[in-house]
Design a protein around this ligand. Structure first.
Ligand SMILES: Nc1nc2c(c(=O)[nH]1)N[C@H]1C(S)=C(S)[C@@H](COP(=O)(O)OP(=O)(O)OC[C@H]3O[C@@H](n4cnc5c(=O)[nH]c(N)nc54)[C@H](O)[C@@H]3O)O[C@H]1N2
Ligand SMILES: Nc1nc2c(c(=O)[nH]1)N[C@H]1C(S)=C(S)[C@@H](COP(=O)(O)OP(=O)(O)OC[C@H]3O[C@@H](n4cnc5c(=O)[nH]c(N)nc54)[C@H](O)[C@@H]3O)O[C@H]1N2
Ligand SMILES: [Mo]
Length: 699
């Protein structure tokens, strides 16, 4: 028997970016375990990671190229060869380019795999050379990044490995126990060192279970809540005026703005007791060092960018930037790969094609001018994860749209494809992974050969490039050559980081100037003024509010009273811990662990609507509707409903998931998605699951 141990990285869109040790026996993967020597993974994997092999070896995998033989949406295909598939694609594209220009081809994708080679480099090079429309991929976290850029001058904050040094941790609109599991032991370590943990979330989560305190604001009001805290800090002499005077710009203006946000006014907006706001402000000022931990969930509201600006102001007002164990931690972008090395932009780019937002994919397919004639889906599942599904599905059903999908599984999107191509999975490809949270870099090496005729994203793009006659040498580079090329990115953070070290070490930490690494310890911020910009001239010039502020969400009692009268429940759709986006939601074990798609609502809201726990309900607004099973209890506050995501449409009742209701607004900063700005009504429907209405006693 031959036995090999291979270094792998979990490729999922998760901050942890875990080190995996893969055991291969006789050419088969027999085990994947957490790397004990990886400083974040520390030898254990999450509920998805421990069962990673079930995904890898699933009999549902797409193994051969397919051509559609039935109507779009039906999912009937016949097997064809790679050569035939590439011929069909290139013929269609050449005709489209001749008639409409290359901009008529639109890529779609986000986070199927997170390595820089397979996710980004191969793709960007090909799309540059093709001259396709550019996809603004701001579905996830860009409002927060824009807020950080404006305030701090860069999208980076505390080193997660320093969490244990905090004495107060505000976990704000973020659910790490489900979405960033390896943050939990670090938070627990802080607790053992005496830290208090406050979770600020409208609902009970896996994370609130180990919190010392749970503050439950009404969604979309966090900006007001943070300004209420700023109000108290100034009013009670708890603000660090020396820090503000030395290191920030615009603090007097912020103080004046916050004067409007008295605890009494914020209490009404956030539906919290005024006393709780005061207590929170005092606790935050007095329990130092205090760290704000937040995630992308919080900013998926139309006012999400400004909410993040308000949160970012709190460590400034209390003088807690540059302090070990304090500050702010969201997603970290310390190292940016050189765009020239990633996409060979200067060499390959043809003109300046238009940009279309990923958050308006339905709109793009239905009404972009000039029209989108072909959609190329790689690393994404728009027919499940995208907002405003009535538009997305109508777009995908267009007869004159030529849709190509490169996938691992027969997803909802695959059902609308003209051509389907089989993709490899992580254990079959080489890639380089930089965490977007910790400061670690790790190499993923192929452990086994691809099954069937699966090809990696890079191989797929290179095959397309050859067929399209693109002769540039970069289209012949191997994954390893590309990874080595990227390491040439000019950055002090990569100093001393070599291919040999990547091969030898379980993870390579970015070369930070010091350890412990405490950002902004020198008092300087990479903003235009060199100071922390509470007032941002750059935002002012763009016609945006230059100060952290709060305005009601686009869908709310204040901003849209007549809509609110018809749809009084705010629906949040946060992440299910056994899925990753829509990944895993087709696999039997994970579906069983997650359970069927549900909507949680409070007892009072349920009673007012005659809804019992366990009943099937219809969730509806003007965009669309879906059917979910009601869970009634106290896990959500009145006025709020919660449905965890992302279930596939094809396994949802009536073939529709919750994204039939979610909107395609863009955030105030960063052009981000706004999944949570979503007013709905919920109605009881008879349970016809087994052909008969469920008897009342059973519920
Ligand atoms: N209602 C609601 N919807 C949401 C969200 C929400 O909070 N609420 N969150 C949004 C957010 S934050 C995000 S990031 C998006 C996530 O959206 P996506 O990035 O689209 O995530 P996935 O659903 O995981 O889809 C990725 C697809 O890529 C495929 N894949 C995996 N590896 C590879 C590979 O190597 N090559 C190729 N070609 N394909 C591969 C997977 O099988 C999967 O179908 O969802 C968004 N949707
Ligand atoms: N298991 C699992 N892990 C994942 C993912 C997954 O799908 N499954 N997805 C990955 C991706 S793509 C992302 S972007 C991250 C997201 O990571 P998180 O940001 O942690 O995820 P969410 O569940 O979207 O949102 C976190 C919390 O924000 C709360 N929230 C929503 N609106 C508000 C509000 O207005 N105010 C406050 N205070 N709280 C609010 C929700 O109730 C939720 O509990 O997770 C990543 N990790
Ligand atoms: Mo995301």
């Amino acid at each position: 028997m031959s036995r090999v141990i291979v270094k792998s990285v979990c490729p999922l869109n998760c901050p942890d970016s875990c080190g995996i040790v893969t055991t291969v026996e006789d050419g088969q993967v027999v085990r994947t375990t957490g790397d004990p020597d990886h400083p974040i993974t520390r030898g254990w994997l999450c509920r998805k990671g421990v069962r990673y092999l079930e995904r890898h070896t699933s009999p549902e995998r797409v193994l051969y190229p397919l051509r559609r033989v039935g109507p779009k949406g039906e999912g009937r295909f016949e097997r064809i060869s790679w050569d035939a598939a590439l011929d069909i694609i290139c013929e269609r594209w050449q005709a489209i380019v001749a008639e409409y220009g290359a901009e008529a081809i639109l890529p779609y994708g986000y986070s199927g795999t997170m390595g820089v080679v397979q996710r980004t480099a191969g793709e960007r090079r090909f799309l540059n050379r093709l001259g396709a429309s550019v996809l603004d991929r701001s579905i996830c976290s860009e409002a927060g990044h824009a807020a950080m850029q404006a305030t701090l001058g860069g999208s980076f904050g505390a080193d997660p490995e320093e969490i244990p040094s905090s004495r107060l941790i505000l976990v704000w609109g973020y659910n790490p126990a489900a979405t960033n599991p390896h943050a939990v032991p670090l938070i627990q370590e802080a607790k053992q060192n005496g830290a208090r943990v406050v979770v600020i979330d409208p609902r009970v989560t896996e994370t609130t279970r180990f919190a010392d305190r749970h503050v439950r604001p009404y969604p979309g009001t966090d900006g007001a809540l943070a300004l209420g805290i700023v109000n108290v800090l100034f009013a009670e002499g708890l603000a660090d005026l020396d820090f503000l005077a030395d290191r920030s710009v615009g603090w007097e203006l912020l103080r004046d703005r916050a004067a409007e946000f008295t605890p009494e006014r914020v209490a009404e907006i956030a539906r919290l007791p005024a006393a709780e706001i005061r207590e929170l402000a005092r606790l935050y000022a007095e329990t130092r060092p205090g760290l704000i931990l937040t995630g992308p969930g919080l900013q998926r509201h139309t006012n999400g960018g400004q909410a993040m600006r308000c949160l970012l102001a709190l460590p400034a007002v209390t003088g807690q930037y540059g302090l070990h164990g304090a500050g702010f931690l969201y997603n970290n972008r310390y190292l940016a790969w050189d765009p020239e090395l990633v996409g060979h932009d200067a060499e390959l780019r043809r003109g300046t094609p238009r940009t279309l937002s990923i958050n308006r994919i339905g709109e793009a397919l239905l009404s972009a001018e000039p029209p989108v004639k072909s959609l190329l889906v790689v690393n994404g599942n728009p027919a499940a994860v995208a907002q405003h599904q009535s538009k997305v599905i109508a777009g995908l059903l267009r007869d004159d749209l030529f849709t190509v999908v490169h996938e691992v599984f027969p997803t909802d999107t695959v059902r609308y494809a003209d051509i389907v191509l089989p993709a490899t999975m992580q254990l079959e490809q080489l890639d380089l992974h930089l965490s977007y949270w910790s400061l670690h870099l790790r190499l993923n090496l192929p452990a086994v050969a691809p099954p069937g005729e699966a090809r990696s994203n890079l191989d797929f793009y290179q095959a397309l490039a050859r067929r399209m006659g693109f002769a540039e040498p970069c289209f012949r580079m191997s994954a390893e050559e590309i990874a080595r090329e990227l390491l040439q990115t000019p950055s002090p953070l990569l100093e001393g980081i070599t291919w040999a070290r990547l091969l030898a070490e379980p993870s390579v930490r970015l070369t930070m100037p010091s350890r412990p690494w405490v950002p902004f310890a020198d008092g300087r911020f990479p903003t235009p003024s060199g100071k922390l910009e509470l007032y941002s001239e750059r935002l002012a010039r763009q016609g945006l509010d230059p100060l952290p502020g709060w305005a009601p969400e686009a869908e709310s009692a204040q901003a849209s009273p007549s809509l609110f009268a018809r749809y009084p429940l705010k629906l949040l759709t946060p992440k299910e811990q056994h899925f990753l986006g829509s990944s895993f939601a087709n696999l039997p074990t994970f579906r069983q662990l997650a359970g069927e798609p549900t909507v949680e609502l409070s007892r009072s809201d349920a009673e007012a609507r005659g809804i019992r726990d366990g009943a099937l309900v219809e969730v509806v607004n003007d965009r669309g509707s879906c059917t979910l099973r009601a869970r009634v209890g106290e896990s959500v506050r009145p006025g709020v409903a919660v449905s965890e995501v992302v279930h596939w449409q094809q396994s949802s009742p009536g073939g529709r998931n919750v994204n039939w209701t979610t909107p395609d607004y863009l955030t105030d900063l960063g052009g981000n998605s706004c999944f949570h700005t979503n007013l709905v009504e919920i109605r009881a429907v008879p349970d016809h699951r087994d052909g008969v209405a469920a008897p009342a006693e059973k519920l």
